[in-house]
Design a protein around this ligand. Structure first.
Ligand SMILES: Cc1cc2nc3c(=O)[nH]c(=O)nc-3n(C[C@H](O)[C@H](O)[C@H](O)COP(=O)(O)OP(=O)(O)OC[C@H]3O[C@@H](n4cnc5c(N)ncnc54)[C@H](O)[C@@H]3O)c2cc1C
Length: 499
């Protein structure tokens, strides 16, 4: 490659694509280098029996006019390309906790009303909870596209609001209400002892403001972002796995791929897991302690996904997700036991354009420890052997059996199914040990949980879910933070606010 780019981005997931688009819009000459033959990482969808399944985005918030992602997608000029469906405002998430069933409606007043109707003696606690969540969510300027006095020295001070479960337990002694308020914790692989209150607050707030599904798959977002990126003059290279950074003195000069292609640039942004970013740097180019720190960060647990296709017209479409906690405790990861898999799980009916009355398919997600599949870790997709296939089948049957408690005639409706394990997630996205949401945010260890775009190498930056927060909201806002290294953040925020 003789061309020298202003900026070379490694990875075309949501983080790489949003960062790339903003930089291109600002006139930088940008290349994105992607290991897969397609873009998107977790945004990717795949086809099975004529149905489109999502791999890593099942629903998102913030898309109502004037909300944060709506404004960002308008600024990026992609909002009109998206086919989205608003989820049931009277109950976009359903929870079965023990023998009780609850719903989360969209909008704070409806949410408050609903909770108060179920827990009439807990009105004070409910108001206190809502006030706290809103206050925290509103206090982080970047997440509200408000002007910000960005200084890495104190940026995360606003984020470190203690422990979510401690707060919830402090406002009510009613254990049923406590568990309900923590019941979305699979959206951040929550743990009672370590989940930040800010993570809980930002994600709860994000969905309570409204929830949407991508009709016919979230891949459309990746396609729209690639489309705009290339129209703006960006270059994207597929099937090029970056394996090494080549240096000139103390700065990176190029990224070299497994195909021996070299992408030269003035600056580099890694939108992949920090563990693998560090692997691309020769030992003498970075301090051992820094490398060790980034490679020893704890990671979130991985996921087993079961993708079920239904016979036509058999499974009514639910415009909501359902989370199942049969033993009444929503903190699944604190009692995780591989022998009892799946102890809790979530189901996500697909929104497709063909049939709105019946769903043609659902994704079922249950956390799974990477150690369960570690013995096949040196194998590649489709080549993992018979024993692995048997393992997947056993786990799929366990999930189906557990679902039958809630859907007794489920088996008669199933046309086909397939599954994905932590190894699929690892190989598809390149995330370390298939970590569902990248590195773990631990409120007991904030310095090791929240990263900055700037690294110890002068022209290397980070973006993506490992920066400060995962998910559509976290990664999008992280992209703005990374872009602030190349432009005035407040001007960018102003431009996004004004379309
Ligand atoms: C099962 C699951 C369900 C989820 N559900 C939701 C949801 O409903 N809503 C929500 O908001 N969030 C959800 N998330 C989280 C969300 O999908 C992610 O936080 C987000 O998409 C991550 O974006 P990213 O760009 O940081 O990383 P990724 O999407 O992982 O992208 C990284 C990209 O880098 C590429 N890459 C890796 N290594 C290299 C290399 N060496 N060279 C070149 N390219 C490389 C990968 O192929 C990939 O394309 C879910 C995640 C999972 C796993």
């Amino acid at each position: 490659m003789s061309k020298t780019y202003d900026i070379v981005i490694i990875g075309s997931g949501l983080g790489g694509l949003i960062t790339g688009n903003i930089l291109c819009r600002k006139g930088f000459k940008v290349a994105i280098v992607e290991k897969n033959p397609y873009p998107g990482g977790c945004l990717q969808s795949f086809e099975k029996d004529g149905v489109t399944f999502d791999t890593g985005i099942h629903y998102v918030g913030g898309l109502k006019k004037e909300q944060v992602l709506y404004k960002l997608f308008c600024y990026l000029n992609i909002f009109r390309d998206l086919n989205i469906r608003e989820m049931d405002v009277n109950g976009f998430d359903r929870f079965l906790i023990g023998t009780n069933e609850y719903t989360y409606p969209a909008g704070y007043s409806k949410f408050q009303e609903k909770l108060e109707s179920v827990f009439p003696k807990e009105k004070d606690a409910i108001v206190e909870y809502i006030n706290k969540i809103r206050t925290i969510a509103n206090s982080v300027s970047l997440y509200n596209l408000k002007p910000i006095d960005y200084d890495p020295k104190n940026f995360y001070d606003k984020f470190t609001h203690g422990n979510a479960w401690t707060f919830i337990q402090s406002i009510t002694k009613n254990t049923k209400l406590q568990h309900l308020l923590a019941a979305q914790n699979s959206l951040y692989a929550g743990k009672p002892e370590s989940t930040f209150l800010f993570v809980h607050a930002l994600i709860t707030n994000h969905y309570l403001e409204g929830a949407w599904r991508f009709v016919d798959g979230s891949r459309q977002l990746a396609d729209a972002l690639v489309n705009k990126f290339t129209t703006l003059g960006g270059d994207i290279y597929f099937s090029q796995k970056a394996v090494q950074f080549r240096f000139h003195q103390d700065s990176i000069q190029s990224a070299v791929t497994d195909k021996k292609q070299e992408f030269s640039g003035k600056r580099f942004i890694s939108a992949i897991h920090p563990y693998h970013t560090m692997e691309m740097i020769e030992p003498d180019k970075i301090r051992r302690s820094y490398r060790k720190r980034l490679q020893n960060l704890d990671n979130t647990i991985s996921t087993f996904s079961l993708y079920i296709v239904f016979k036509d017209g058999t499974f009514p479409y639910m415009n909501c997700n359902c989370y199942y906690y049969p033993n009444g405790n929503v903190w699944g990861l604190s009692y995780y036991d591989e022998k009892k898999f799946p102890q809790s799980f979530g189901i996500y009916p697909l929104a497709d354009s063909i049939d709105k009355k019946y769903t043609r398919a659902i994704s079922v997600l249950a956390f799974m420890d990477y150690r369960e599949v570690e013995k096949w870790e040196n194998t590649t997709i489709e080549m993992r052997g018979e024993e692995y296939e048997k393992f997947k089948e056993i786990k799929s049957q366990k999930v189906i059996a557990e679902m039958e408690r809630y859907f007794p005639d489920l088996r008669t409706k199933i046309k086909s199914y397939t599954s994905a394990t932590p190894l699929t997630l690892r190989d598809h996205t390149g995330t370390y040990r298939g970590a569902t949401y990248g590195i773990e945010r631990d409120c007991r260890n904030p310095n090791n949980s929240l990263l900055f775009p700037r690294t110890k190498i002068s022209n290397l930056y980070l973006t993506g879910q490992n920066l400060s927060l995962h998910g559509m909201l976290g990664v999008s806002m992280g992209a703005l933070l990374t872009c602030s290294e190349f432009m005035d953040l407040n001007r960018l925020i102003e431009e996004i606010n004004h379309g």
